[in-house]
Design a protein around this ligand. Structure first.
Ligand SMILES: [Mg+2]
Ligand SMILES: [Zn+2]
Length: 198
């Protein structure tokens, strides 16, 4: 335990946060890879978080799978495309394929559909095992565009930011080319200023 490093994790909703969703210019649900349009501002904010030594986990409700609206493979391929457009900055993507209206009880009940915090816990435990780190919630942050994201953050003990505000930080940074506002990272050279204390 004493050798493990405490690392800040940024938990990101995907649709409407990292990539365009129904309420954005895309105007529809992301089903397959052809629908994926990642926001450049999101990539910038992810880049800064990683430069500060943090990890990033994408968390997404994909209940269309349980309802038979979209095939699992299409959702998975869209995740790969998301990761590609994000420059590989996501350490892990976890998605819930369940939906309360599914006929099959196995697909209807779960502990991972947001606002349940299961996706976050699953992702964090996997990365902790892989990297020998631990992820105290007080260091973390979640960004999302819907009430269930906000509630999920609360249940997981995380601070929360609305997606539009989070992405706007990147725009401000570009406009001012200032050095500092993001929570975790201002630049690679200031990684020591990140909350990476033990
Ligand atoms: Mg969303
Ligand atoms: Zn689930």
């Amino acid at each position: 335990m004493s050798t493990e490093k405490a690392v800040p994790v940024l938990y990101l909703d995907l649709d409407g946060t990292v990539r365009q969703g129904k309420d954005d210019a895309l105007g529809r649900f992301v089903n397959g890879p052809e629908d994926v349009v990642v926001f450049p501002e999101a990539v910038e904010m992810m880049r800064r978080w990683k430069a500060g030594g943090g990890r990033i986990i994408g968390v997404s409700n994909q209940g269309g799978v349980a309802l038979g609206i979209v095939a699992y493979e299409k959702v998975a391929t869209a995740m790969l495309e998301t990761q590609r457009q994000a420059g590989g900055l996501l350490d892990k993507i976890c998605f819930c394929v369940h939906h309360p209206k599914a006929a099959d009880p196995e697909m209807a009940r779960c502990w991972c559909r947001k606002p349940s915090p299961g996706l976050l816990i699953e992702g964090a435990l996997d990365l902790a095992r892989r990297y020998g780190e631990y992820y105290p919630p007080y260091m973390g942050l979640m960004a999302g565009d819907r009430a269930e994201d906000q509630e999920c953050a609360r249940l997981a003990g995380l601070d929360f930011m609305w997606a539009a505000d989070w992405r706007r930080e990147a725009t401000v940074l570009w406009l001012t080319s200032a050095t500092a506002p993001s929570r975790c990272a201002s630049s690679a050279s200031s990684a020591a200023g990140c909350p990476l204390r033990t």
